[in-house]
Design a binder for this molecule. Structure first.
Ligand code: BEZ
Length: 160
């Protein structure tokens, strides 16, 4: 079942890279469940759409999101934490919390996993954005097609 507005996000283990470059297990309620959070999910770090459009939109608008009370902007992907960290550094995304859902546990728990085997990527996440308030979904924008429309940062900004 897919998560919907009004639901609390599942509390599962994901990873971030710590200050020593080691994977650190964290709970989604700790990284995503406090205050006003904008979360966006991508099918893969370094893929063209994610790197050229989706992530840069959130990097460019990080301060505008802060001005609207967003304490945490987080990006989640079925990638390992080193890839997420390298992607962040390559695209100047230091203001965004990069969450590694390497085993797709969160993607499956929210019912937004996607089979991207046609591109050789296996099971990943659908592309979406969400506004969370203390872990409760206020808005969920799931892309139905391959483009980046409803989940773009500009849409989230408009709706805050
Ligand atoms: C992209 O973001 O461009 C992309 C994502 C998944 C598969 C192929 C391309």
């Amino acid at each position: 079942m897919t998560i919907k507005v009004g639901d609390t996000i599942p509390n599962v283990t994901v990873h971030v890279l710590d200050e020593n470059g080691a994977p650190k297990a964290v709970q989604t309620h700790d990284v995503l469940g406090k205050g006003k959070v904008v979360l966006f999910a991508v099918p893969g770090a370094f893929t063209p759409g994610c790197s050229n459009i989706h992530l840069p939109g959130y990097v460019k608008n990080r301060e505008a999101l802060r001005a609207k009370g967003v304490e945490t902007v987080a990006c989640i992907s079925v990638n390992d934490p080193w890839v997420m960290d390298s992607w962040s550094k390559a695209y100047g995304a230091e203001g965004i919390v990069m969450v590694s859902d390497g085993s797709g546990v969160f993607a499956k728990a929210v019912g937004l996993d996607a089979d991207v085997s046609a591109f050789g990527l296996g099971i990943r996440s659908r592309r979406y954005s969400a506004i969370l308030e203390n872990g409760v979904v206020q808005e969920l924008n799931v892309e139905e097609g391959p483009g980046i429309t409803v989940s773009a940062c500009e849409i989230v900004l408009d709706h805050l």
